[in-house]
Ligand binder design. Structure first.
Ligand SMILES: Cc1cc2nc3c(=O)[nH]c(=O)nc-3n(C[C@H](O)[C@H](O)[C@H](O)COP(=O)(O)O)c2cc1C
Length: 379
């Protein structure tokens, strides 16, 4: 903790530990990274008013969501091509989630299969669906997720088309990877990552291999483009609702009317998110639309939030502005990329200690008390 006391220190270390293309994959947004910046600036602009002389207390940060008690109101957002950041990153983060008792979300495009991660995550697993075009693949994925013990489904709706992500393109991120002299050089100057990757083998989309119908990894990209890509309509969301009998969350909402429509389909959760600024560079900061969506949805569904969260103070800010639960993508990935096996737990410790410390600064013994403390940004 003395060397890496915050997510910002883990980020700096991660940059030195993984190859340039992997760094660009995790860190970049899209376009000119304006939305990434906007997320940060808007979060920083949220101020909270402390109250003192409350006596000594240990804040209670546990919370119930969809009938499960979590030890903290935070969790890991789904991240695809995870092993590019660090081999077996999913296993590391699933173990962290099981130990600290908060959710870990496994992406459809993860490099481990639900069957591997389900047992490790010990009831704390959520599954993220990039909706397959073919109904039989969708149904099969949902059954596999359920059978592997994943309790909650996140359906990502904010990828109507692959984003251009210029930084990634320039860095040569591709599936399958193109082996060039420059790429080999970039690996060679990151020996710990290169050795760990050699030992674990090239990243594979293990959860999807079953559907390749004999096609090899070279054709995975076209498979993902054909089968998972593209926009879909509300009738599709309704079909997923009918097939998944557990809690279901729409991920990627920035608009009140869309949130309300999802709730009217019977979804239990709305995740306010702009995909961490990776899809549409003109999107508003996710935190700036959170209060309006939370107000409109009220008690009809739970409000989840991600995009730009880098510490306990940001978690407190989002909870104060109406979120019931806060998720983080890059913060956990920076931890794993920086510290490998120890990185998930280290990121969790930072976030939990920082949230508790900020709650004591604010004089809030419970998460509910955060609601009264906002002084800025509304609506
Ligand atoms: C490297 C990377 C890969 C991602 N892959 C997915 C994915 O497969 N599915 C998904 O729904 N969201 C994906 N996301 C978006 C995250 O789930 C989350 O919305 C975003 O990271 C939140 O912003 P933050 O990184 O600032 O916390 C990805 C994000 C990153 C950084």
């Amino acid at each position: 903790m003395n060397r890496y006391p915050s997510i910002a220190y883990l980020r700096r270390c991660a940059r030195r530990r993984i190859p340039h293309f992997a760094w660009e994959y995790i860190d970049s947004g899209t376009g000119a990274d304006e939305c990434v910046r906007r997320n940060r600036e808007a979060l920083s602009a949220v101020t909270l008013i402390p109250q003192f002389m409350k006596g000594e207390f240990e804040p209670d940060i546990s919370t119930a969501l969809f009938g499960i008690r979590y030890a903290a109101p935070l969790g890991v957002s789904p991240v695809g091509l995870t092993a590019l950041m660090w081999p077996q990153a999913e296993q590391i983060l699933a173990r962290t989630a099981a130990k600290y008792r908060f959710p870990y979300s496994l992406s459809t495009a993860a490099t481990e299969a639900p069957e591997t991660i389900g047992p490790l995550v010990d009831g704390m697993g959520w599954f993220q669906l990039y909706p397959p075009r073919r109904a039989e693949i969708r149904r099969d994925l949902l059954i596999r997720a359920r059978d592997a013990g994943f309790t909650t489904l996140l359906v990502t709706v904010d990828v109507p088309i692959a984003s251009r992500r210029e930084r990634q393109v320039h860095a040569g991120v591709s599936v399958p990877p193109k082996i060039t002299p420059l790429m080999l050089y970039r690996c060679a100057v990151r020996p710990a990552w290169a050795l760990a990757t050699l030992r674990a083998g090239r990243p594979r989309f293990r959860g999807l291999e079953k559907y390749l119908d004999g096609r090899d990894m070279q054709q995975m990209l076209s498979f993902i483009g054909e089968e998972l890509g593209g926009s879909f309509g509300w009738d599709y969301l309704q079909a997923v609702r009918d097939e998944w009998d557990g809690p279901m969350v729409i991920k990627g909402v920035l608009d009140v009317a869309q949130a309300e429509r999802a709730v009217s389909l019977g979804l239990e959760g709305v995740m306010v998110s702009n995909h961490g600024g990776r899809q549409f560079d003109g999107a508003p900061a996710a935190i700036s639309v959170l209060p309006g969506i939370a107000r409109a949805v009220g008690d009809r569904a739970k409000i989840l939030f991600d995009s730009g969260v880098r510490g306990g103070l940001d978690i407190a800010r989002a909870l104060a502005l109406g979120a019931d639960f806060v998720m983080l993508g890059r913060a956990f990935m920076f931890g794993v990329a920086a510290l490998g096996r120890r990185g998930g737990d280290h990121a969790a410790e930072i976030l939990i200690q920082d949230l508790k410390n900020n709650m004591i600064q604010l004089g809030c013994a419970t998460l509910a008390e955060l609601a009264d403390r906002t002084s800025a940004i509304d609506g």
